[in-house]
Design a protein around this ligand. Structure first.
Ligand code: C5P
Length: 229
């Protein structure tokens, strides 16, 4: 199978409280997007589509070229949409050639190990999707307003990460059905499952956490051992 990866980087990152869109915030001397793309190019992928925030396509191109080195012909940049689902759809529409497996990856999971990307790609089958997931550590409660309604059995739960991998033809059909229905799904696995297809999970990793808040950015800097000035 030939694998493409769509790296969605078109979010505004308002919860990070930075001026630039999240993908262009620096972790060390490199941005969130550059770190994500370094991981992607260290994995076995034949095609890389970066979905950039409108107005930042040139910045995304710069990061893509830096990460790709002499493999720049494997990559292209497209403009994202107002929701993550629309951004993924834009990435799907930009695939070219004989791709059979599509991975969808959050740029915000900038420190995802390349081995996790490869493990997801390998686990995709002709009819089933695959997500990396990790055990839930916190004790979870179902709440209604101020009331705690019930405890949730965390052994039945897992925290989903990316990349999420799918057979291309079924994912494209599932996206077409989703856009026709007008439903916004939580993630690609939910959208794919809504079209009637099975989704399996493999082991994710702590390093694939999503950089969302200033605390997450601090954690990424700590992992990379960035010294405060
Ligand atoms: O907002 P959140 O952190 O859940 O976004 C997950 C990923 O989806 C991020 O990498 C973000 O850049 C991307 N995204 C996107 N287009 C949007 C919203 C989010 O590409 N409209």
């Amino acid at each position: 199978p030939t694998t493409a990866i769509i790296v969605v980087a078109a979010g505004s990152g308002t919860r990070l409280g930075a001026v630039a869109p999240k993908a262009f915030v620096g972790i060390d001397e490199h941005t969130v997007l550059r770190h994500a793309l370094d991981g992607v190019f260290a994995a076995q992928v034949a095609q890389v589509v970066v979905v950039a925030p409108s107005g930042h396509e040139g910045d995304a191109e710069t990061e893509l070229l830096a990460a790709a080195g002499d493999r720049r012909d494997l990559g292209r940049v497209v403009t994202g949409g107002g929701t993550r689902q629309q951004s993924v759809a834009a990435g799907l529409a930009a695939l070219w050639g004989d791709i059979t497996t599509v991975l969808v990856h959050d740029a915000a999971r900038a420190l995802t190990p390349p081995a996790q990307i490869d493990a997801v790609a390998v686990a995709v089958t002709v009819d089933a999707g695959v997500i990396p997931a990790i055990a839930v550590i916190d004790t979870l409660k179902r709440v209604e307003g101020d009331d705690v309604v019930a405890a949730v059995d965390r052994s039945e739960l897992a925290a989903a990460q990316t990349p999420q991998g799918f057979p291309r033809a079924l994912l494209e059909a599932a996206y077409a059905a989703a856009s026709a229905s007008g439903i916004e799904y939580t993630d690609d696995a939910a959208l794919f499952a809504a079209a009637g297809h099975p989704v399996r999970h493999i082991a994710g990793s702590e390093r694939a956490f999503k950089i969302t808040t200033p605390g997450d950015l601090a954690r990424a800097r700590q992992i990379l051992d960035v010294r405060a000035e």
